[in-house]
Design a protein. Sequence first.
Length: 585
Amino acid sequence: MVNKYTARYKSKYDCISEGRKGKLRLDFNENTIGCSPKAIAAIKNICAEDLAAYPEYTAFKNKLAKFLEVNAKNLFLTNGADEAINLVFNTYLKRDDQLIIPTPSFEMLNIYAQNIGAKVISVLYKKNESNENNSSTKNEFIFPTKDVLAQINNRTKLVVLVNPNNPTGTVIDEKDILKIVEKARKNNAIVLIDEAYYEFYGKTCIRLVRKYNNLIIVRTFSKAFGLAGLRLGYAIADERLINNLKKISSPYNVNSIAVIAADAALDDVSYVKKYVDQITESRRFVEDGLNKLGFKTFKSEANFMIADFGEDVNKVVNGLAQKGILVRDRSRYQLLKDCVRITLGTKDQSIKFITEIKKILRQKVILFDLDGVLVDVNNSYRLAIKKTSEFFAKKKISDKEIQALKAKGGYNNDWDLTEAIILTRSLKIEKQKIIQKFQEFYNLFRKNEKLLIKIQTLQDLSKKYRLGIVTGRPRDEAGYVLNRFNVLKFFDAIIAMEDCGKKQKPDPFGINLALKRLKIGSIGKKDALYIGDNIDDIIAAKNAGIKAIAILQKDVNSESLKKRMLNLGALKILDDINQLPSVIA
Ligand SMILES: *Cc1c(COP(=O)(O)O)cnc(C)c1O
């Protein structure tokens, strides 16, 4: 049968907001923890009469007007900001009328315009970004004030400003807004400012409504207030504009429950304030976390931000979805190639988000021994061994002898090794004295330490792998050298002497502890790799059931040692740690 009824409206919003309950909803910019408990309590108190009667608005409207410091005559409650926008469009636009929408922006704007058959003039935001991939310098979108002003003329009926803008997070300077409102007024055009994210930004244009009779501000209880399910928004404008909106709205567009809950929520605005503070903190945390992983983020003043995941975009979006974390893929929008919009939640939710992304991107793990692998200790620990043994033995000890003992393994740490050398000179010295002397020397020499691995190598590796350290060094001394070279940030787990107690390498305890801290299960273990420079390292890796690669500096030319390492399962023996990325690629 032919359907002879032609719908006036054609397009529809592809709303995929189904099946989200229980998931971490970082996709629709809602409040991620919910509304004030006072709102819930108010709803629980609802009685039959509240539902039997048509809704009443006056008391709530007066309260909201007072809260907003506007006159109630300038306020109109709507079924979400969405209805307010739709009413404005239907009131002030007809087929072929022109409206200006800075783009990319809130998806519904285009849909409402299309439904009417109005002509959208899209003005593109400016994109300011640095070319450095993991740059912490600010990337941002900039509101195209000049271009918008240039497009306003006597055919313009409406200019829509979303401030802060969804999805870019961009804000518009008030002096730019004023220029636009004034030029629009000269051309008899309305300006609609969508302040859905006002609470996160803190600046509003509500005051301007008194001065400009062509200005409409739209707000909502859906975002910061955590009441998206109730559908409550409002418009603020000159009384005549408000009366025009009322003409086409249905009489009871807002339901009683929404009014009751929002009324209670207004008694607890400190709840919203606290939430906004958490979001501000999360914004820095997520930005920092993603930048460290090498992804660009864009400056935002709202509870969401744009991140550019480059070629990893699908992997990230799908990987997160599998973990029950929803984000909004905006990679097909203009200016937003490979970009995702991420709603910011609490600190804990942000930690979860970053942790999962790390797991998705870098499932493989590389663990490093510190001394002789990442750090050259020939002129620190080695020298301390030599000087301490010579101090007690009162004889010269050759580098070669130390080198050979070190490579052979079997000593838990350099103190034990020093004691062994002294013992070969048939001297029994109290261990505590050896340790004390050794530390004196080491503290003198430690400034001689050099980094063997280049920062670039660490950066390359840290993009694809999660990195950790398993060292026999005391924790403070490990921290000292890592901080000194500013490389601590590359490592997600550091296992030091104190973590292992008596179970030093070749016991696999340290390696297993690192894998546990990195949450590597039996599957991930197959790909884990340990990089060491002596036989105990290779045995520890073998005992832990992971692969090993040995680094032997060029002056260690023992063929038998190399053979033993290979026999123990070392995949390769390199003489320079910086060869690692190409060897494992
Ligand atoms: C979410 C959103 C809205 C819709 O808000 P409701 O009150 O839930 O209809 C309007 N404008 C922008 C920019 C939004 O992001």
